[in-house]
Design a binder for this molecule. Structure first.
Ligand code: AGP
Length: 602
């Protein structure tokens, strides 16, 4: 989730790059850096933390006349957020910035090291610049060296290189991570999205995967695996807000669509052939622990409930979940054999933070699962696992929830292995499913249109019941919360088996039941619960891979063989359902009434 910018032209490069990076800061703010060649002089600046630190460091620097420049704002993945790990990375005479993951960087690094190349950082990115120079040193042809470098990279990248070997160009390549080129009267811009160049460029070309090239005399030379290629520029919208949403109607919609790619970031570096590993965890934190307590609010509480099923089932460790605002005032009995986990997207939720302080005071070890590094909860916790969801702008949480659940799934397997509770075959099946989860989160256009069409039937009535069993029960709670938050319609999440103990009294045709019916967990059980509701004339919207003839509306999901894959796909369906209903009702999807993104009061 890093952001990159590049500039070729005569204007002040510092301003252009800092302004551009500011627009991308939401993609990561662990560190930022800029490298430039001006008057044939190579220069660079880096600073950890927010972009303001870099701007301050560059306060006395000015560049005038022709030059090339590249910049980067980082969301740490490989290696800690230090200045050495900040981009741009330096070779002997070139700099690189990169967004993505070079999957074969370890092999490349070993080969380069055996050629005597020294590495300064822990990043995968540094291999790109050394590989480029290593080849160029042999063939003395920077463009050919860049082509050969790109051909050796596996994984995802949007990357820019500037080099004293060809000081009047920027080398660029894209595969799997976004990048575009902007144009304006002799100036050329590169960026991860169009917001940094709006108002500066008037035309744009969105690079396709596999395209790469460089600038020759102010013109872009573009190539792909078949050789040189023509491209067509488009007019660039002058509307910044529209551009920030990448063409989606709302940030929430964009964030729903992002879940698939973001999940790869959450998983990255944490799974391997042997199972799950967390650089952040020092095993001593688990010494003497025989129980887990998770504390959170709202959506994060729902991910906690999901995690409790996973932890007890895989790691066989007793796990309880508490709503933070309740926990604080109940005089809880706490034991120092309990690992206290807090979950929070913002890391600033007052109730969760206070619960954490209480647990620490009682001598418990603490772990937080959080999306915002350096937030209050992160600073207060003994250790933190970051969810790496990137900034979430929609008040109704979507991608933060998905990544919290993923971290809990990973953590449950990590513990299961440490506690010797999982066989190698089971673990390898779980890893397979984890690696497949980005696919299960992809939004299918046909599915979205279907939900859009059927949403018109769900704008009235006297309420919604989202029902599910097992991990699909917390998902039902979360589905109901999403709908409540942005549609203002009354919705409840219920364990499907509990309906007959009271709530079924509400059933009639104006009561909408959203039934989560996975094929991999208790299908027959939930089917009977839904049949009971249908017999009482409740309107049923069934979400399942298996046809269900009593459904009034039916959303067919894919036939996955792992419950978590069904979980993620059904989660996307419930998010889009809430979104479409809210849009039809004319509500402000991103900033629903009465809510705030970060709840720092009790
Ligand atoms: C979710 O859509 C809500 N915005 C809300 O329930 C949120 O999850 C809750 O306030 C907790 O916030 P946190 O994750 O930042 O601690």
């Amino acid at each position: 989730m890093c952001g990159i910018v590049g500039y070729y032209g005569n204007n002040e490069k510092k301003e252009i790059l800092i302004d551009g990076l500011r627009e991308l800061e939401y993609r990561g703010y662990d560190s930022a850096g800029i490298a430039l060649i001006n008057d044939n002089l190579l220069n660079h600046f880096k600073a950890i933390g927010k972009l303001d630190n870099l701007a301050y460091r560059m306060r006395d620097f000015n560049s005038s006349g022709f030059g090339v420049a590249i910049g980067h704002t980082r969301w740490a993945t490989h290696g800690k957020p230090t200045e050495l790990n900040a981009h741009p990375h330096l070779g002997d005479y070139s700099f690189v910035v990169h967004n993505g993951i070079i999957e074969n960087y370890k092999e490349l690094k070993e080969t380069l090291k055996s050629d005597g190349v020294e590495f300064l950082s822990q990043t995968d990115t540094e291999t790109i610049v050394h590989l480029f120079e290593n080849i160029n040193n042999q063939i003395d042809n920077p463009f050919e060296a860049f082509t050969q470098t790109i051909n050796r990279l596996e994984g995802a990248y949007a990357t820019l290189i500037i080099s004293e070997a060809m000081a009047d160009t920027i080398f660029f390549a894209k595969y799997g991570s976004p990048m575009l080129i902007g144009f304006n009267d002799g100036e050329i811009f590169f960026a991860s999205s169009d917001t940094p160049i709006i108002g500066k460029a008037n035309e744009v070309y969105y690079l396709e995967d596999g395209e790469y090239g460089y600038i020759v005399d102010g013109e872009i030379k573009l190539f792909d695996k078949n050789g040189a290629k023509e491209f067509k520029r488009e007019r660039l919208t002058p509307d910044k807000i529209l551009a920030q949403k990448d063409g989606y109607r709302f940030f929430m919609e964009k964030e729903i669509y992002e879940q698939s790619s973001i999940m790869s970031d959450t998983i990255m570096g944490r799974v391997n052939d042997n199972g799950v590993d967390f650089d952040e965890i020092d095993d001593s934190i688990l010494d003497g622990i025989d129980e887990i307590k998770i504390c959170a609010c709202g959506t994060s509480y729902h991910s906690a409930l999901t995690g409790a099923y996973l932890l007890e089932r895989s790691a066989k460790i007793r796990t309880s979940v508490e709503i933070a605002s309740e926990f604080r005032y109940k005089d809880p009995l706490l034991s120092n054999k309990t690992l206290f986990i807090t979950i929070s997207q913002s890391g600033e939720t007052a109730d969760t933070l206070e619960a954490l302080k209480m647990a620490k005071k009682a001598g418990l070890k603490s772990l937080s699962i959080c999306n915002v590094d350096n937030s209050s909860i992160v600073r207060e916790s003994d250790i933190t696992i970051l969810t790496r969801a990137g900034i979430e702008k929609g008040v109704a949480s979507t991608k933060a929830f998905a990544t919290q659940v993923m971290v809990l799934w990973l953590f449950s397997l990590y513990l299961a292995k440490k506690r010797d509770k999982i066989s190698p075959e089971q673990l390898s099946n779980e890893i397979k499913a984890i690696l497949h989860s980005p696919t299960s989160l992809k939004v299918d256009d046909n599915l979205h249109s279907k939900i859009h069409r059927l949403s018109k039937r769900y704008l009235h009535g006297h309420g919604f019941f989202f029902i599910g069993r097992d991990i699909f029960y917390p998902l039902a709670l979360e589905g109901a919360l999403k709908l409540k938050e942005i549609s203002y319609l009354h919705a409840e999440g219920y364990p499907a088996g509990e309906m007959k103990h009271g709530p079924i009294a509400l059933a009639d045709s104006e009561l909408f039941t959203i039934a989560l019916m996975p094929q991999t967990l208790w299908y027959d059980k939930i089917k009977s619960n839904v049949e009971e509701l249908s017999a009482r004339d409740s309107t049923i919207l069934a979400i399942s891979p298996l046809d269900f003839e009593l459904a009034d509306d039916f959303i067919k999901t894919k036939e996955y063989d792992h419950p978590m894959l069904e979980f993620f796909e059904m989660m996307v369906v419930t998010q889009i359902l809430a979104l479409e209903i809210s849009i039809r009702l004319g509500n402000d999807v991103d900033m629903p009434r009465n809510l705030a993104k970060s709840v720092t009061v009790e």
